[in-house]
Write a protein that binds this ligand. Structure first.
Ligand SMILES: NC(=O)c1ccc[n+]([C@@H]2O[C@H](COP(=O)([O-])OP(=O)(O)OC[C@H]3O[C@@H](n4cnc5c(N)ncnc54)[C@H](OP(=O)(O)O)[C@@H]3O)[C@@H](O)[C@H]2O)c1
Length: 254
């Protein structure tokens, strides 16, 4: 675990799991700007540490980079020992997903290992991470858990659509499972004061590092605007699981 900046936050920890250059970074930045102490988690600790440094400098808050492999229960447990040692987790955003590129599209070409790995990254990891934070949230009677879904959360696709992002067929089945997990958790823990939301991102997300994005900006969603929606869900829109937002319209809330 590496930490950056010395200032502390009384708001508690926002743990963002699955942080790359797009949505994960934007969500971490947004919660950092709002004064949370941030734990960002994914597998590549070098990249994560550079990002933590950047966010800590920009937001003048404490940012911790922690390695996790969500597909591995032991790795999740160890990572959250680190997270929970920092303070209480007020917000968990589960954003991890294996990238779609290089995945075969037809059923018989998919190996059992790659199918298992995709389920593990999307659904098993969400289950493991939620089990780490829910006891503390129940004890405090509050907390927010946001799961990032995609078009594949609602629809199965035959074959591989040309968009190359997350419209991938069998390898997207974990997103269906993630949605089911979200709904069960929302129903079980609503009465304990925990707000669980599942967000359907129905379209491609642009890359904020590229001036043009990695597709035309007309067809891509701005991850910073999606992150503002996550903030809104955490702070304002507390009604139960029904915030399954279709963010096709990027300015849905703002
Ligand atoms: N990009 C899109 O167009 C799009 C569209 C709709 C929905 N979504 C959803 O939005 C979410 C974020 O996508 P994004 O493209 O914006 O990605 P991102 O936030 O830029 O990065 C996500 C990061 O998750 C990490 N990750 C993947 N598997 C992991 C695992 N097993 N354990 C730990 N970390 C893992 C990867 O980093 P490491 O390799 O370092 O672990 C990856 O960089 C995903 O859930 C995705 O399904 C994306």
């Amino acid at each position: 675990m590496r930490s950056f900046s010395n200032s502390t936050s009384t708001k508690g920890i926002a743990a963002i799991v699955g942080v790359g250059p797009k949505l994960g970074s934007s969500v971490a930045r947004k919660f950092a700007q709002e004064g949370y102490t941030i734990a960002i988690l994914s597998r590549d600790l070098d990249k994560l540490s550079r990002l933590a440094d950047e966010i800590a400098c920009e937001a003048k808050t404490q940012v911790f980079a922690i390695r996790i492999d969500c597909a591995d229960c032991k790795s999740v447990r160890e990572a959250f020992e680190g997270v929970l040692s920092l303070g209480s987790v007020e917000v968990l955003v589960y954003n991890a997903c294996e990238p779609a590129s290089c995945q075969p599209s037809n059923f018989m070409a998919i190996s059992p290992e790659s199918f298992q790995r995709s389920l593990a990254g999307s659904a098993h990891g969400a289950f493991y991470c939620a089990q780490q934070v829910i006891p503390g949230m129940v004890e405090r009677g509050r907390g927010t858990i946001i799961f990032t879904g995609s078009s594949a959360s609602l629809n199965g696709f035959a074959g591989y659509l040309e968009l190359k992002y997350y419209f991938f067929s069998y390898i997207g089945c974990g997103k269906f499972a993630l949605r089911g997990l979200s709904q069960c958790l929302a129903k079980e823990f609503f009465a304990s004061g925990i707000h669980v939301a599942h967000i359907v991102i129905d379209g491609a997300i642009s890359d904020p590092r590229s001036s043009k994005g990695d597709q035309s900006t007309d067809t891509c969603m701005d991850p910073n605007i999606i992150a503002q929606n996550y903030w809104y869900i955490h702070t304002q829109d507390k009604s139960a699981w029904t915030q399954e937002l279709d963010l096709r319209s990027p300015n849905q809330r703002f």
